[in-house]
Design a protein. Sequence first.
Length: 302
Amino acid sequence: MHQIKNITMAMGIAIMLVACNRNNTSFDASGSFEAEETLISSEAVGVIKQFDIEEGQTLNAGQNIGYIDSLQLHLKRKQLEAQIVSILGKKPNVSVQLSALQEQLRNAENEKIRISNLLKGDAATPKQLDDINNQVAVLKKQIEAQKSTLNISSDGLGKDALALQVQIEQLNDQIAKCKITNPISGTVLTKYAEANEMTAVGKPLYKIADLSNILLRAYVSGNQLPQIALNQKVKVLTDDGEGGYNQTEGTIIWISSKAEFTPKTIQTKEERANMVYAIKVKVKNDGLYKIGMYGEILFSDK
C-alpha cells in the first residue's frame, strides 16, 4: 500500500513538472498573423448587374466575377461611330474635283504644241505662243490652289474624325472597366457590395488576400537584433489546442529600421523593454494559420 502511494505521488510530480515546463516555454518573440490584403474598388459608375463572389471563396487572377451596367456607354459609342461616318462622308474627292481643271490644262498644253509648230512655219505669231503659255501657267496655279484647298478641307475633316475616334477609345476603356475582373489570386476576406446596388468609381467592392503564404508580425528588443537577419530561418509555433504547440519553419523577410513602443497586446522576450522593432516572418500556410491568430518565434533551438 505504501509502495502504491509512492508511485502515485511520483506520477503526479512528473505530470506537474511536464505541465510547468510547457507553461514556462521561453520564446524569443511573439505576435499575430496577418496577410497582405488588397482592397478591390469599382472602376465604373452604374448598377452592379452581376457579382458572383462570397466571403471565403478562392479566386484566380484574371477571373471574371461580375459586371456593371454599361448600356449608356455602348449607345454613346454608337453615336460617335455614326458621327465619324458622317464626317468622313464629307471629305472631298480631290481627283474628281480637279479633273475639269486638269482636262483644261491638257487641252492648253496640246494647243501650245500646235502653236509652236505653226510658229516654226510662220503660220502663227509669237503673241499667240505667249498667250497660250500664260494660259498653261494660270491653269497650273489654279490646280495647285484648288488641290491645297481640298487637302486642307480633307485634313480638317480627318482630324475631326480622329478626335471622335479617341473618344470611342475612351468609351471602350470605360466599357472594359465595367467588367469586374479579379486582379490577384487569393481568398475573399470581406464583401462590401451586392448585385443590383449602385456603385461608383473608387467604391470598395471586396477585400482579398493570398493566404497560401501568411505573415507573422512579431516584435523584438534592440538586444535581440544581432540574433536575426533577413532571410533567416526561424521556428514558428502556435497553440495546438491540447496544451502543446504546432511547429513550422518561417523566414524573416522584413526588419523595421526604426524602433517603436511595445504594443500593448505583445510581449517580447524582454518584457521590460520599452522600445521594440517589428519583424515579419513569412510562413507557408496549409490552411492551419488564420489572420489574427497568435504565434511565437524561436530564433534557434532551445
